[in-house]
Ligand binder design. Structure first.
Ligand SMILES: CC(C)(COP(=O)(O)OP(=O)(O)OC[C@H]1O[C@@H](n2cnc3c(N)ncnc32)[C@H](O)[C@@H]1OP(=O)(O)O)[C@@H](O)C(=O)NCCC(=O)NCCS
Length: 171
């Protein structure tokens, strides 16, 4: 694979139809809403991984970032967060992350997760705004297991399951 990560823009439109994933909602979001949410509605910014290794560029995976506010009481099981004042806790939401079915298990999920976290840490370290959490919503047990692999902690038992990573030790 020869990969580059780019913010989704109209030039990527011809690549969207070929993306495959077991979750129809993740395909539909990419095809129908991601560009609109980034450019018009200002709800989330999507980043795409473009694989040019085979000659014909292919959209190999994507993730979307937005802001989020987490109820203070829901993080009570995490001792470092339970010490915070009883206000909602601000964070960055990894709203979606998906890898094309045909290249699962080859490291792209990790690459996308680390890229999303890297952008978040860059923003946190540059200082114009403060936030404490990196947050994601796992659709099912498999996704929860994937995010757990990177240290994200579940806040409930059911699905979709909100999961959080405390950014403070990483800053
Ligand atoms: C979950 C998903 C993003 C993983 O992508 P991937 O490219 O197959 O994952 P990678 O090959 O990069 O694996 C990354 C690491 O996570 C681990 N991992 C992958 N899937 C895992 C799972 N289901 N449970 C636990 N660990 C998992 C791998 O062992 C690997 O560990 P390592 O880097 O220490 O060796 C992908 O399978 C996918 O798109 N699934 C459907 C959509 C989805 O569930 N998205 C999650 C958000 S809701």
């Amino acid at each position: 694979m020869s990969l580059r990560i780019e913010p989704l823009d109209p030039s990527h439109r011809p690549l969207l139809a070929d993306f495959q994933n077991p979750h129809p909602g993740l395909i539909e979001y990419l095809r129908r809403y991601a560009l609109r949410h980034a450019e018009k509605d200002l709800l989330a910014r999507t980043y795409v991984a473009i694989d040019s290794g085979t000659g014909v560029p292919r959209l190999a995976g994507y993730f979307s970032l937005a802001t989020v506010s987490v109820e203070r009481d829901s993080v009570a099981p995490i001792p470092a967060l339970d010490r915070l004042p009883r206000f909602p806790i601000p964070g960055i939401l990894l709203a979606r992350l998906a890898v094309d079915t045909r290249i699962r298990g080859q490291g792209l999920g990790r690459y996308l997760f680390e890229e999303a976290l890297g952008l978040t840490l860059q923003l946190a370290r540059s200082g114009p705004v403060a936030f404490r959490l990196f947050v994601t919503d796992a659709l099912d047990a498999e996704a929860a297991s994937f995010y757990g692999h990177f240290g994200c902690v579940p806040l409930s038992d059911g699905f979709p399951c909100r999961m959080v990573l405390d950014l403070r030790p990483l800053l």
